[in-house]
Design a binder for this molecule. Structure first.
Ligand code: SF4
Ligand code: SF4
Length: 355
């Protein structure tokens, strides 16, 4: 379903948002908030971050004004769609005391229909990766199935982007219901990728147009072959070197759109009348995360960084048949000391025999 592109102007894009809202969908898209572009509920085009771009570097995120007024002129939102599909805290069930025992209330009912506006190519790959990880989690599957994907192809890549190395972008080639390409003057080419997307576009009565695609140059490059074989470098001296810089703060795992580790907490009221079990994001950078029967097995920074990057880039292939990295670059941007996943792999790559 890739034929049948139409052209939308700014009013047409607003018409698309309103059509989604009329169908009962909560539209979540990019918004300016606290000097960052974040995903939040939007009610129309006026909520979009018009004229904002971003500068991304290791440990650095700055919004900058653009002179073209583009609506999707930023690279990526600060956090991705993981916050919606795999929320930081999920109540798995709760219990309340009754006269003859406890009444259990299972996890949330069906999520309300949603539409994600502004999904980039690397984010489509991240959503697919987490669907695979949470294959047996009905809550995650229900949230994903409730979301329509309105992708927006990147017109420019950030300095920390390397999706081309990971084969996830920058072109949007699948996994969307509607794909938008922003042209100059807040004009868009919209193309359906599913029956649901085609139905909505047909309602807009927009003029037909030729499909287009964009291919911005990448800011960074991943040494993909070495990345995939990182499991073979468990004793590499680079782990000691990176441990001197790494604060083990876990920021990289929080912003990573594919990181999925969690912990489970049981909470009981002081009276003992109610209790709940909550699943929360956790991180392989916390010492407690590797605690097993009497002690943690990853007590040093070197072993925690090694665990994260080796799992992400290498053992994901064994576990899930794909890399756990989509090349979005968020872990580089939001690392307070600017540790760069591509640079760490390159340092190991440079020491390989025959290089
Ligand atoms: S490891 Fe870094 S670059 Fe790769 S998907 Fe996660 S945040 Fe993005
Ligand atoms: S690599 Fe950076 S973001 Fe990740 S834990 Fe270390 S200091 Fe924090």
């Amino acid at each position: 379903m890739t034929e049948g592109a139409v052209q939308l102007d700014e009013a047409g894009l607003d018409g698309l948002i309103q059509a989604l809202r009329r169908k009962g969908r909560r539209v979540i898209g990019p918004k300016w908030a606290d000097d960052a572009i974040v995903n939040d509920e939007i009610s129309g085009v006026a909520d979009l971050p018009a004229g904002w771009g971003d500068e991304l570097e290791g440990g650095r995120y700055r919004l900058v004004r653009r002179d073209d007024g583009a609506l999707f002129g930023y690279t990526l939102t600060a956090q991705g769609w993981k916050r919606v599909l795999h929320p930081p805290a999920v109540t798995l069930f709760s219990a309340a005391k009754t006269a003859d025992g406890y009444a259990l209330t299972p996890a949330a009912a069906e999520p309300a229909p949603m539409a994600f506006l502004g999904v980039r190519a690397c984010e489509i790959a991240a959503i697919a990766a987490q669907v695979q990880v949470f294959e047996t989690d009905p809550g995650h599957q229900a949230r994903r199935n409730a979301a329509l994907i309105i992708a927006v192809e990147c017109g420019r890549a950030g300095a920390t982007c390397f999706c081309a190395s990971m084969g996830t972008g920058p072109a949007v080639t699948g996994g969307y219901d509607i794909k938008l390409v922003e042209l100059e003057g807040r004009r868009f080419i919209a193309q359906a990728g599913s029956a649901a997307g085609a139905e909505i576009l047909a309602e807009l009565n927009a003029p037909a147009a030729a499909a287009v695609s964009q291919n911005p140059a990448m800011g960074r490059l991943m040494a993909a072959e070495t990345a995939r074989s990182l499991s073979e470098f468990a004793e590499h001296p680079r782990w000691d070197e990176v441990a001197k810089r790494c604060l083990a703060c876990g920021n990289c795992t929080m912003v990573c759109p594919t990181c999925f580790c969690t912990t489970v907490e049981d909470q009981t009221s002081l009276t003992g009348d109610t209790a709940s079990r909550v699943r929360r994001w956790d991180s392989c950078f916390s010492v407690e995360f590797s605690y097993i029967h009497g002690g943690a097995v990853r007590t040093q920074g070197r072993s925690r960084y090694r665990q994260w990057i080796t799992h992400k880039l290498s053992s994901w292939h064994t576990q899930f048949g794909r890399s756990g990295c989509t090349g979005c670059g968020r872990c580089i941007v939001w690392c307070p000391v600017g540790i760069d996943i591509t640079e760490e792999v390159r340092a190991i790559d440079a020491t390989r025999e025959g290089r």
